[in-house]
Design a protein around this ligand. Structure first.
Ligand code: NDP
Length: 247
């Protein structure tokens, strides 16, 4: 029960890594706001959380829309009383080589992954500053550390999240708010399932532990970063990638 009675907002929490984080947090005693563009899947995850005996709130929230994000945070404050933890997990890919990448594919990925993260941090920072505590965890990617052909938009968005995290950590440290990023490698979800087989094979060969990660692996790290056990860690980017990137 490392997160007993904490309230967590998890974006993109309806499925994939976000859903695994939501379930892991609930098992550790947290109440969860599941925010997703897809209300129906968010409601499904919320029902699963309630089965674990915790409170859950399904929110229809497109993270690119600041008004919607603020509205969602106000709803959480109204129904759950506070927001202790923000997990910026909503993310998309629209891959193409630089020469073929359209303006709209660039904008869409930067908007969801980077601006969405900024929007959510901005919206929760006021209540967190007021309550003099908070944990902000943003899901970046090893692609934001090393780049990847065909992912200029995604790599830039994830590198942006890392720089944003360092800035937020410095700005909010005096208010007892920790901000960290997680850089997963190759995790088994729908996002990676749609990659071509030859790319998957090449990725696997580059992983020293020779296996993909699971959403649960990322969720375990989030639990640690949201718990009191990590209270002296802020501004960091922690890779979880089977050893693909070693600093
Ligand atoms: P999924 O595509 O499986 O899930 C992403 C979730 O985010 C979906 O529920 C999706 O909703 C939701 N979402 C998409 N756009 C928005 C939006 N504008 N506002 C709110 N929610 C939105 O992705 P993963 O679980 O694989 O990835 C989660 C995070 O982890 C992402 O940030 C990703 O970049 C990152 N990551 C993933 C890795 C991997 O190997 N899988 C590796 C490194 C990082 P809908 O279902 O309606 O589309």
């Amino acid at each position: 029960m490392r997160l007993k009675d904490k309230v967590a907002l998890i974006t993109g929490g309806a499925r994939g890594i976000g859903q695994a984080i939501a379930m892991a947090f609930a098992k550790e005693g947290a109440d969860i706001a599941v925010a997703d563009v897809n209300l129906e899947t968010a409601q499904k995850t919320a029902s699963e959380i309630e089965l674990l005996g915790r409170k859950a709130l399904a929110l229809e929230m497109d993270v690119t829309n600041y008004e919607k994000v603020e509205e969602g945070v106000n709803k959480i404050l109204d129904k759950m009383g506070k927001v202790d933890i923000l997990i910026n997990n909503a993310g998309i890919t629209k891959d193409n080589l630089l020469l073929r990448m359209s303006q709209s594919d660039w904008d869409a990925v930067i908007n969801v992954n980077l601006k969405g993260t900024f929007n959510c941090i901005k919206a929760v920072s006021r209540p967190m500053v007021k309550q003099r505590s908070g944990r902000i965890i943003s899901i970046a990617s090893i692609i934001g550390l090393m780049g990847n052909p065909g992912q200029a938009n995604y790599a830039a968005s994830k590198a942006g999240i890392i720089a944003l995290t360092k800035t937020v950590a410095k700005e909010l440290a005096s208010r007892n708010i920790n901000a960290n990023a997680i850089a997963p490698g190759f995790i088994q979800t729908e996002m990676t399932a749609k990659l071509p087989e030859d790319i998957k094979k090449r990725m696997l060969e580059a992983i020293p532990l020779a296996k993909l990660g699971s959403p649960g692996d990322v969720a375990n790290l989030c639990v640690f970063l949201a718990s009191d056990e990590s209270s002296y860690i802020t501004g960091q980017t922690i890779t979880i990638d089977g050893g693909m990137v070693m600093a």
